[in-house]
Design a protein around this ligand. Structure first.
Ligand code: LLP
Length: 417
């Protein structure tokens, strides 16, 4: 069952016509499908049911509180990378013992907050950080549960900006140094080694890089066992891709089929950190056509969503399918679909074939649920878009559209002006 589809030539999300929501709430508008989110989460649960596991949703993909609450209700944990994400996860009822915390630059305040919250583990990215966590845990008279994030030097064959597991990247500890770093951890008395972590990149469309990386990590785990360093949690990160255009990424079940056989001899709890594959194809961005323009040899469709609402096309050259919400048999044109921001890099699509649309029509930018709203900004002093969650024939606004007043909230004009 696909929850985003045309019925009588009108695009629906579940049982609600998109037009209805766009008219009522305005545009730009993010719309998410409840049933798609649940289905994607359950696909992970089912795929890995054969072994102990925790699915920790990567909040960076989408951290709207309603979506976190929905996932928390399903039993989901969280992968966080900042104090803010930790706050949001806890606030929506995600149990602290299902929260893992990665990121190369954790601050003292953030480390304290995570220790106080009793998270499952820190995914530690350097020896320096390990020593700092030990110091802070000592001051707080507690022990910090940690995994070391190991960089297995595997090419996930994805966009260079979202590939993270190669030697040249800033992430993790190089695999050749891992044993030494674990030995260091055993000497720090406020550190408790509980796991090993890796994450090699995002939008990965094959199982092979996971298998290769895991083989390397398991060799390390075996070496650790020989040194009496016991690992309980094996965190393999996130990164499964989705279909934006013609990709055919593995499903969670394909991933499970590839990696579970490798784990049969180990007594480990598997941790996964999916983001995009849960929420990416569960959300769309609706935008209105403001103007049509021909300039030089190009057609431009100027819409009311810009790079501040969805920055992926601008910074990664990412492809998002864009479809009119009304299906019509009409001629197509080739056009750049651009936003109102004063930058040439402000586009949602380049040289895109699309049916001739009219001023005032609505377009749906597909696969926008991950790294859409979370990467949005107020650039050009544009209020952030509203977000809506649809469940069957019901909907709820889960984030109000920002107002002009919101734009100056927190700004202070000093007395000397
Ligand atoms: N775990 C760690 C440690 C990560 O760094 C990431 C993503 C994830 C999990 C989740 O990965 P996912 O399952 O969503 O692929 N802004 C980029 C994506 C950046 C991903 C960063 N790390 C984009 O829009 O494509």
């Amino acid at each position: 069952m696909h929850y985003f589809q045309y019925k009588n030539s009108e695009l629906y999300v579940e049982e609600i016509p998109v037009r209805h929501l766009a008219k009522k709430i305005g545009t730009p508008l993010y719309i998410y499908s409840y049933n798609t989110l649940v289905r994607h989460y359950k696909a992970y649960e089912k795929a890995f049911e054969a072994i102990p596991h925790i699915i920790c949703f990567a909040l960076k993909a989408n951290s709207n509180s309603a979506i976190l609450k929905l996932l928390s209700n399903q039993g989901c944990g969280a992968d966080v990378v900042s104090g803010g994400e930790l706050f949001k996860a806890l606030n929506c009822g995600i149990p602290s013992d299902k929260i893992v915390y990665a990121g190369v630059g954790k601050t003292e305040e953030e480390i304290k907050f995570a220790l106080k919250s009793k998270i499952l583990m820190f995914n530690v990215e350097s020896e320096n950080e390990l020593i700092e966590i030990d110091r802070i845990a000592g001051k707080m008279k507690t022990q910090a549960p940690i995994a070391l994030r190991i960089n297995p030097d595997i090419d996930p064959k994805t966009h260079p900006y979202i590939s993270t597991g190669l030697k040249k990247h800033k992430f993790g500890i190089p695999i050749e140094k891992a044993l030494d770093s674990y030995k260091l951890a055993t000497q720090l008395k406020n550190i408790k080694i509980v796991g090993v972590h890796k994450h090699i990149g995002s939008q990965i469309t094959e199982v092979a890089p996971y298998v290769d990386a895991l083989k390397r990590i398991l060799l390390l785990v075996d070496n650790l066992i020989k040194q009496d360093i016991l690992i309980r949690y094996l965190d393999i990160g996130g990164g499964l891709g989705i279909t934006y255009k013609e990709e055919t990424p593995p499903l969670p079940s394909n991933l499970a089929k590839g990696i579970l056989p490798l784990l049969s001899k180990h007594n480990l709890t598997l941790v996964l950190e999916p983001g995009r594959s849960i929420v990416g194809n569960a959300g769309i961005l609706i935008t209105k056509v403001l103007y049509l323009k021909e300039s030089g040899e190009k057609n431009f469709i100027i819409v009311d969503a810009g790079m501040n609402d969805l920055i992926r096309p601008s910074i990664y050259g990412a492809y998002h399918e864009i479809i009119p919400i009304k299906e019509k048999a009409e001629d197509t044109i080739v056009a750049d679909i651009v936003g109102p921001i004063c930058e040439s890099g402000d586009f949602l699509a380049k040289d895109r074939q699309i049916r001739k649309v009219k001023q005032g029509e609505y377009l749906a930018v597909m696969s926008a649920g991950a790294y859409g709203f979370t990467m949005s900004s107020n650039y050009n002093s544009r209020p952030k878009a509203a977000e809506v969650l649809v469940k069957d024939d019901k909907f709820a606004v889960i984030r109000k559209r920002e107002s002009y007043k919101d734009l100056i909230k927190g700004e202070i004009i000093p007395d000397f002006l």
